[in-house]
Design a protein around this ligand. Structure first.
Ligand SMILES: C[S@@+](CC[C@H](N)C(=O)[O-])C[C@H]1O[C@@H](n2cnc3c(N)ncnc32)[C@H](O)[C@@H]1O
Length: 345
């Protein structure tokens, strides 16, 4: 009897893994060409679309067929395509948009950095450093266009969990909160919107906070939130009740992570908390969707910024080295993400 199609060992399940870069590239090219935005107003023929986006009709038709085969568009009749609900997530500036994530994960830096994965596994050096000779955030500081895409991609990712986060954890216990490495302020907007008496500070590099004034002003919370450009390897704003670091520590190696956490520890008052929001690596990995997401994120940390996802014990050790004590880890229900709470040790 032949193995069932769903068996992990079957050729049917190995094939999409061997060729997995193909759909990833399709999604990226669709995002670059703005196909979803063009189809948002209604179905179009290949020729009409080709003219609008300045592409050759024949290869565009082939791209659209491939996109139809993965459910992002639908071929209504030969050569005429409409956007699907899944494809709509590649539109710009709509709730739930993932266009910047597609631009970032399929963009040149990700592509070239992941292309060096063999080197990274052999040496531990990140692909980004190998290709560009600098770390991710130095690269972004020198490339404002890419930084804007990165910041918007982070915001798109963050928006997917903000509701869950503010309903799972009680931020109203704090009077003021600093979001360290808070990017464009998307997380702070949600925390402040859900907690009317809390004040916030978004702290990040100049390239990280570049879009924050607009974001806070659009959300109407400017009067309750400060934006500070700075470097967390030097210092962070002092005496807040809580220091949130979402997807920050995973960007860095242990020594750098301890340096960031030590600076937070120095800035804290006796009752301040540190709240890391991270994926917690299980002690033993299994072939489940959540473990898969954590393991892929970990590989992405190796390829791009040169950091890593960590187990709870590894976070406990980092905290201890920075003079902090891990108090509890709160998994966000149904997600791979946890909130890790710590205080001064
Ligand atoms: C992976 S992003 C996470 C952004 C945001 N916390 C989120 O989850 O959407 C890491 C953030 O750390 C910031 N960052 C990197 N190096 C920094 C430094 N030396 N000082 C302050 N922020 C820094 C980056 O600019 C970026 O916004």
């Amino acid at each position: 009897m032949s193995a069932p199609e769903s068996s992990a060992a079957s050729p049917a399940s190995l094939w999409p893994l061997i060729t997995g870069y193909m759909p990833a590239r399709l999604v990226h090219v669709a995002a670059e060409l703005g196909i979803a935005d063009r189809l948002a107003t209604g179905a179009k023929t290949t020729d009409a679309l080709a003219q609008e986006i300045d592409a050759a009709p024949a290869p565009l038709r082939r791209l659209l067929r491939a996109l139809a085969s993965i459910g992002l568009v639908e071929e209504l009749e030969p050569g005429r395509f409409a956007l699907t609900a899944a494809g709509s997530q590649l539109r710009s500036n709509v709730p739930g948009s993932m266009r910047n994530l597609a631009l970032m994960f399929g963009g040149e830096r990700a592509w070239r950095s992941w292309g060096e994965l063999l080197h990274s596994v052999r040496t531990g050096e990140s692909g980004t450093r190998r290709v560009y000779g600098v770390g991710t955030f130095e690269y972004l500081a020198a490339n404002p266009g890419q930084a804007a895409i990165f910041n918007a991609a982070m915001a798109e990712n963050t928006r997917r969990i903000t509701e869950l986060l503010v309903s799972t954890y009680d931020f109203s216990q704090f009077r003021n909160i600093v979001d360290v490495g808070g990017g464009d302020g998307t997380l702070m907007v949600s925390i402040l919107a859900a907690n009317a008496d809390v004040r916030g500070t978004v702290f990040d590099l100049p390239s990280g906070v570049a879009q924050a004034p607009q974001k806070l002003s659009d959300a109407g919370i400017f009067e309750r939130c400060e934006i500070i450009a700075g470097n967390f390897f030097r210092s962070v704003p002092e005496a807040a009740d809580a220091y949130v670091l979402k997807y920050v520590i995973h960007d860095w190696d242990d020594e750098q992570s301890v340096a960031i956490l030590s600076n937070c520890c120095k800035a804290m008052h006796g009752a301040s908390k540190i709240l890391l929001i991270e994926r917690v690596m299980p002690e033993r990995i299994e072939a489940t969707p959540i473990h898969h997401r954590i393991a892929m994120a970990d590989m992405n940390m190796l390829a791009m910024p040169g950091g890593q996802e960590r187990t709870e014990q590894e976070y406990r050790n980092l905290f201890a080295a920075a003079g902090l004590l891990l108090e509890r880890t709160i998994p966000l229900p149904g997600s791979e993400i946890s909130l890790i709470e710590a205080k001064r040790g």
